[in-house]
Design a protein around this ligand. Structure first.
Ligand SMILES: NC(=O)C1=CN([C@@H]2O[C@H](COP(=O)(O)OP(=O)(O)OC[C@H]3O[C@@H](n4cnc5c(N)ncnc54)[C@H](OP(=O)(O)O)[C@@H]3O)[C@@H](O)[C@H]2O)C=CC1
Ligand SMILES: O=C(O)[C@@H]1CCC=N1
Length: 273
């Protein structure tokens, strides 16, 4: 039995707890820390997982998952520093923060694995990318990858690619939700009842995602199969091109990557003496 503690059970921390429970991990093997007692009580009621303080989390957990906002990391590092060491295993889900930041603040040799997951972990369909820090061994990477494989797919990438991964799959679900939201609005514009528009678009999204995942065809081929000569789809595609939607996506994802880099830079600090 191994215990996993999530430090900061907000959106992604809760998604991880919920996904692990959904994947069959017993509640007794999970812990979390939260700074608002009402939020902690609500999560314990909802999931049957115990809320503890950071000291207890560090003492009892085999894997400590840090899931606070990058802007909130400093006090968490200060709290964790005297409690962790080479026998611990730290997992950071924080966008932009390099493993080197943790390594600088912790006892030398403390293993850290950087992970960029995404919220579909609540339904066992996450995409998580893992990168070992300087002191993380293959065994540490295996432990973290096995843990995450209970809540979706896992890929290992060099840490230098994590800002791009964050922009692509970390934020990725938001782009799809945004697209779905806009397409539902289009249904309203065309006079459909909202409930009908929602059903049409969500089922089309699920169907398209299933085809992307299950067929061997490239997305271009799948799109071409919908685009009949002189038909309806090509008229829509022409408008998408005219409005620069492809360029907008490239720029949007580049901006997300830049923000991830920036979040890491804010924490680029000189060695503490
Ligand atoms: N949301 C997402 O889809 C993804 C998020 N991430 C990363 O996960 C991290 C969390 O993001 P997200 O879940 O969206 O953010 P949230 O703000 O929802 O969650 C962060 C949680 O940490 C709590 N917290 C802050 N400081 C402490 C502390 N000292 N001790 C205990 N708990 C604390 C916050 O409490 P409070 O409410 O008081 O602030 C909050 O509940 C970020 O670093 C983000 O980059 C990574 C991949 C995807
Ligand atoms: O928006 C964010 O900063 C986080 C990281 C990836 C997804 N959500």
């Amino acid at each position: 039995m191994s215990t996993i503690a999530v430090v900061g059970a907000g959106k992604i921390g809760e998604a991880l707890l919920s996904g692990l429970l959904h994947g069959g991990r017993p509640a007794e093997e999970l812990l979390f820390t939260e700074r608002h007692p009402e939020r902690a009580a609500e999560l314990t009621r909802r999931y049957g997982v115990a809320a503890v303080d950071v000291a207890e989390a560090a003492k009892r957990a085999d894997v400590l998952v840090v899931a606070v906002k990058p802007q909130d990391i400093d006090p968490v590092l200060d709290e964790l520093a005297p409690l962790v060491g080479p026998d611990s295993l730290l997992v950071s889900l924080c966008a932009g923060l390099p493993t080197a930041l943790y390594e600088r603040r912790f006892v030398e040799g403390t293993p850290v694995v950087r992970v960029m997951p995404n919220t579909p972990m609540v339904v066992g369909a996450a995409m998580s990318a893992v990168s070992p820090g300087r002191y993380a061994t293959r065994e540490h990477v295996r432990t973290v990858s096995e843990l995450l494989s209970c809540v979706g797919a896992v890929v290992e990438v060099p840490e230098s690619q994590q800002d791009a991964v964050t922009a692509l799959s970390g934020s990725g679900p938001a782009y799809f939700f945004y697209l779905v939201e806009a397409m539902i609005d289009a249904g309203i514009l065309l006079g459909l009842p909202r409930a009908v528009a929602e059903q049409l678009i969500i089922q089309s999204a699920v169907g398209a995602a299933k085809m992307l995942a299950e067929s061997d065809e490239h997305p271009v081929i799948l799109r071409e199969a919908v685009t009949s000569p002189a038909g309806t789809t090509i008229n829509a595609i022409r408008e998408l091109e005219k409005h620069g939607v492809r360029a907008a996506l490239l720029a949007a994802i580049e901006a997300a990557r830049d923000r991830s880099v920036e979040l890491g830079k804010v924490h680029e600090e000189p060695e503490r003496h």
